[in-house]
Write a protein that binds this ligand. Structure first.
Ligand SMILES: [Ca+2]
Ligand SMILES: [Ca+2]
Ligand SMILES: [Ca+2]
Ligand SMILES: [Ca+2]
Length: 415
């Protein structure tokens, strides 16, 4: 056992440093049972034991002790460095002072013994580790649950935590610390909890996972459903899947949280319904400009050859109207027949208004052409002058933005 030969004056000086005035050393101290234990005090002179010590935030009168069980609940017999003077011829008796089993102070970090004074402890290292902690001395009393009395490197006996960890032991049960759970997907915060004698738990919490559309930040990068929400699989919300994938001429897109169709050239969402994609594809019968137009034939007067187009159309989507259709034909006035050249456009009732233009002979200036609106359910006939030459026809949708996938009927006749 290590003995401490500090004089009483030194002890009182330490008490004085901690704010408790020292008493005069008149040796009238009561070394036995006192009646004022834990009574608040301002100095040792107010205590029967002449010892006024810190007890969990206040100063109270303490008492001397000599072994286990002598101190009240919540206190223990902390070894004192001074021994009671021996009777004449007798042996000095090891003596302690009842000090609080202060769970905040036990196992707290320290750099010197003075920092351990509240529990009358000593600043020691643990058998494992390099930190210094306030440990109770167990020369005179038992260690609290979860602590075992064993000899330190200096030969004195100290209460070591069974967990060999001052941060978690029976006195720290329930303590919580933060930790991190990480894997290839990221790093999520978690907590570890002190289970008392069983030590710290492993890090508890959600493991990072691949981001899935669920309103949760699965990979803990601070963003919810990133890379998923706003795509065609999760457009306005999770699992709001945009229609049209795999349909001909159709690419579904999600634009600012709304599904839309990106139609290939020549394809149109003419029913404004993404379920069937860009279901309307334009015909290849007519040209889409004057340069590309191919002659539909040479007609002579009174030859009874009719141009009759029934499968061509001007497709129309809500924001994507098909191009105009152009035709041309040649007219020869051979026999001075009395018939009149006529160009007719019929628009079905279920279709939309069309715009219908026919040129004069050899007139490629569209501004000169004779144009008429053809409303649904009607037929408009344009009679160009019967001069010989090349005639042009242009057909378009009257009102861009109207939906249409209905063919028109175009005829060149004489009558
Ligand atoms: Ca995330
Ligand atoms: Ca998510
Ligand atoms: Ca459609
Ligand atoms: Ca067309």
């Amino acid at each position: 056992m290590k003995l401490f030969f500090l004089g009483l004056a030194s002890i009182l000086a330490i008490v004085g440093l901690s704010g408790c005035p020292s008493s005069s050393s008149n040796s009238s101290a009561n070394y036995g049972v006192v009646t004022d234990f834990a009574k608040p005090c301002a100095g040792g002179s107010q205590c029967e034991s002449e010892r006024c010590i810190e007890m969990e935030g206040i100063y109270g009168c303490s008492m001397y002790c000599y072994g286990p069980g002598e101190c009240q609940e919540g206190f223990y017999c902390a070894f004192e460095s001074e021994e009671e003077p021996a009777e004449e011829g007798g042996v000095a008796t090891a003596r302690g002072l009842c000090r609080p089993v202060d769970t905040q102070e036990i196992c707290s970090t320290c750099s010197n013994d003075t920092m351990c004074e509240v529990i009358g402890g000593f600043c020691q290292t643990l058998p494992t580790g390099t930190g210094h902690y306030c440990l109770m001395n167990c020369e005179l009393d038992d260690c609290p649950a979860g602590f075992t009395c064993s000899a330190g490197s200096d030969g004195a006996s100290y209460c070591y935590p069974d967990t060999e960890d001052c941060s978690c032991n029976m006195l720290r049960e329930g303590a919580i610390r933060s930790c991190a759970l990480s894997n290839e997907y990221g790093e999520c915060p978690g907590t570890i909890q002190c289970l008392g004698d069983a030590g710290w738990t492993s890090c508890q919490g959600e493991m990072p996972g691949p981001e899935s559309c669920d309103g949760i930040d699965n990979n803990c990068d601070g963003n919810i459903d990133e890379g998923l929400l706003g795509t065609i699989d999760h457009c306005s919300e999770c699992f709001d899947e945009c229609q049209g994938s795999g349909l001909p001429g159709t690419t579904p897109v999600c634009v600012e949280g709304a599904c839309a169709l990106d139609c290939f050239d020549g394809f149109y969402d003419a029913n404004d319904n993404p379920q069937d994609g860009c279901e309307c594809d334009d015909d290849t019968i007519a040209a889409h400009n004057l340069t590309d137009v191919v002659s539909s034939g040479i007609f002579s007067d009174c030859d009874n050859v009719y141009m009759n187009v029934t499968a061509a159309l001007i497709p129309g989507g809500s924001n994507h109207t098909g191009p105009a259709d152009y035709y041309k034909f040649n007219y020869e006035n051979k026999t001075f027949c009395q018939e009149n050249l006529q160009v007719k456009l019929k628009v079905y009732t279920a279709s939309k208004a069309h715009y219908f233009c026919v040129s004069g002979a050899n007139d490629t200036n569209e501004a000169n052409w004779n144009c008429q609106t053809v409303n649904p359910g009607s037929t408009v006939t344009i009679k160009p002058y019967d001069n010989e030459g090349t005639y042009y026809i242009k057909i378009s949708l009257r009102n861009p933005g109207e939906l249409n996938c209905m063919p028109y009927e175009l005829q060149v006749v004489e009558s």
